[in-house]
Design a protein around this ligand. Structure first.
Ligand SMILES: [Zn+2]
Length: 294
């Protein structure tokens, strides 16, 4: 956990609040609909209680973000998770919220990158300037974020997976719909840099730089009024690799789970056997099995 001294957004030296990277309500929704305990992929043997959080923002900057977060929760997140709607009309508050989310994740990843030299100079400089632009926008000092693009990709039921046939996707429905992740990726050969956040199948991908082979159809969130639909979305992107990485990490985590933990899960499922079909993950298991058959 990072322990910052100054507010990451406004720079004020004051008591900082514990900020969640992925909003708390996503974790709450995951817990509420879970069959058993929620597990953290970094340590599958200990049930996770909460999503990643850091002392990062002052109280007034937290307030600045929370109104837009509520807007996102009510306009998109909950209606989608409850399967009430697949079409969402939005205003500029959505763009602001998505910026605040990717910015938090990027800010912390840049602290990591600085210490560990994991990205090249071009990527690093570009990400730093994007972090700055986003911060100025979040502080209402500018009205746009330049060429940075936000995309929302809804992980709907997939019937087939095209592309890299060497990679087998293990349990994609259960993994994406029951997952919460956020991190920054860099494909330096393509010059595609971005932050990916999975909120239980609602994938936010913020592109700081977009290589020439990138093709995103019906996914972009504009800075203003617009409409997004959870259907007919198509992506041709290096981000496909990140989807594969998330699945691989989940598989490794489940492989490394101790026998005792596995036993606990099976016992829990047996105890709930009659009701398990009422949980959202049931449909994901079915979808994953249908995918395996082909
Ligand atoms: Zn602040």
């Amino acid at each position: 956990m990072y322990q910052l001294k100054k507010c990451a957004l406004c720079g004020t030296e004051t008591e900082l609040e514990l900020s969640h990277i992925v909003p708390k309500m996503v974790m709450r929704a995951l817990k509420k609909t879970a069959v058993g305990n929620i597990r953290n992929m970094d340590n599958p043997n200990v049930p996770a209680q909460d999503s990643e959080k850091h002392h990062m923002l002052c109280a007034s900057c937290e307030d600045l973000f929370s109104e837009k977060e509520t807007y996102f929760a009510n306009t998109l997140f909950h209606p989608y998770q409850k399967k009430e709607r697949i079409q969402f009309d939005y205003d500029s508050r959505l763009h602001y919220f998505l910026t605040s989310l990717s910015w938090r994740s990027l800010y912390l990843d840049l602290l990591d990158f600085t210490g560990n030299h994991v990205v090249g100079l071009d990527a690093f400089e570009h990400l730093i300037s994007c972090e700055w632009n986003m911060r100025e926008y979040l502080l209402n000092k500018r009205s746009d974020i330049g060429t940075i693009e936000h995309h929302i990709f809804f992980f709907e039921k997939i019937k087939e997976i095209s592309g890299n046939t060497e990679v087998t996707w293990v349990r994609p429905h259960a993994t994406f719909h029951r997952g919460i992740q956020s991190y920054t990726f860099c494909y330096e050969d393509d010059r595609t840099y971005g932050t990916i956040t999975n909120m239980m199948g609602i994938m936010l991908i913020t592109l700081y730089s977009k290589g020439s082979r990138e093709n995103w159809d019906r996914t972009q969130i504009v800075n203003g009024n617009g409409r997004i639909e959870a259907k007919d979305q198509h992506i041709t992107s290096v981000v496909g690799n990140e989807f594969t990485n998330i699945l691989k990490t989940a598989q490794e985590a489940s492989d490394s789970m101790s026998d005792k933990q596995k036993e606990k899960i099976i016992e829990n499922l047996k105890a709930k056997a009659g009701q398990v079909k009422n949980y959202p993950i049931f449909q994901d298991w079915i979808s994953d099995r249908e995918l395996d058959k082909d």
